[in-house]
Ligand binder design. Structure first.
Ligand SMILES: Nc1ncnc2c1ncn2[C@@H]1O[C@H](COP(=O)(O)OP(=O)(O)OP(=O)(O)O)[C@@H](O)[C@H]1O
Length: 259
């Protein structure tokens, strides 16, 4: 579903502060994989997400999504392949518009050719169904202005907007890091419901090792722009928070033990 081959990205090339962010990164996600991405600050996680979404183009290497070579495609051209939820709950939604209008906007972004008739009854029905995956009752507040929602509700809405176009790849970029622990759990559970209901291929970056243990069928650790560790299947199922922390060469205070 997603294949990154030998991706390289260097910032400030040839300058004194040159930074190699991706150093020949290779990675393959199969359809339906839920991969949790961990790694120290500066390991290259965001750069990898940016390279997949098209927010930045790699210097060399290849990125293929669902058979399409997207390596040189800009963000908007990749929108039908890739959806992303960011850390900041304010970033993914339009505050002055209603929940229904926000859902329509997301649809427009993902399927620009199919939206001439606006909020049709069929679309409202589909959006209602997708909102119901969250289990937050947002499907009953369809015409509520988004500015009236809490941060957690807004982030949940961003999530539904990202998944409703059933992207080939869903990128979750520390999407619960800015939420309080209870709301973070709520949003994570909603994430799981949506991902399972739509059988999405998902990549989630987190600094929370308890989440890395609990969620997903694979975990990969990035270090200096490449994959340092990969666990899947039984190995992933057996891994503990301490096992994962043991692989960090530099422990940072952003790492949450989950205890
Ligand atoms: N736009 C940029 N300009 C210059 N250097 C950058 C830029 N983006 C990232 N870098 C550098 O590339 C390296 C990888 O950064 P990246 O943000 O991908 O790491 P990360 O694993 O996401 O870190 P964190 O956990 O802190 O978010 C770092 O050395 C960083 O300083």
């Amino acid at each position: 579903m997603l294949e990154i081959s030998n991706a390289r990205k260097t910032f400030f090339k040839g300058m004194p502060d040159e930074k190699v962010a991706l150093d020949g990164l290779s990675l393959k996600l199969n359809r339906g994989d839920f991969v949790v991405v961990i790694g120290s600050n500066g390991a290259g996680k965001s750069t990898m997400m940016n390279a997949i979404s098209g927010a930045l183009l790699v210097d060399s290497g290849r990125i293929v999504i669902n058979g399409d070579d997207v390596t040189t495609m800009p963000v908007h051209a990749r929108a039908r392949h890739v959806a992303r939820v960011f850390q900041d709950p304010m970033k993914g939604t339009a505050a002055s518009m209603t929940i229904a209008e926000n859902m329509l906007l997301a649809d427009l972004r993902q399927n620009p050719a199919r939206l001439r008739r606006g909020l049709t009854p069929q679309r409202r029905e589909k959006y209602r169904e997708h909102l119901s995956y969250l289990g937050l009752g947002l499907e009953n507040r369809f015409d509520t202005q988004v500015s009236l929602l809490s941060g957690g509700q807004r982030q949940s809405l961003s999530l539904v907007m990202a998944v409703s176009g059933e992207p080939d790849v869903l990128l979750l970029d520390e999407h619960t890091a800015a939420l309080d622990p209870r709301t973070a759990d709520l949003v994570l559970n909603a994430t799981l419901r949506a991902v399972n209901a739509l059988k999405l291929t998902t990549m989630m970056v987190t600094h929370n090792m308890a989440h890395a243990v609990e969620y997903g069928n694979r975990v990969i650790m990035l270090d200096s722009g490449k994959v340092l560790l990969e666990l899947s299947g039984e190995e992933k199922a057996r891994a503990t928070v301490r096992d994962l922390i043991g692989h960090f060469s530099v422990k940072t205070d952003r790492m949450v033990l989950g205890v």
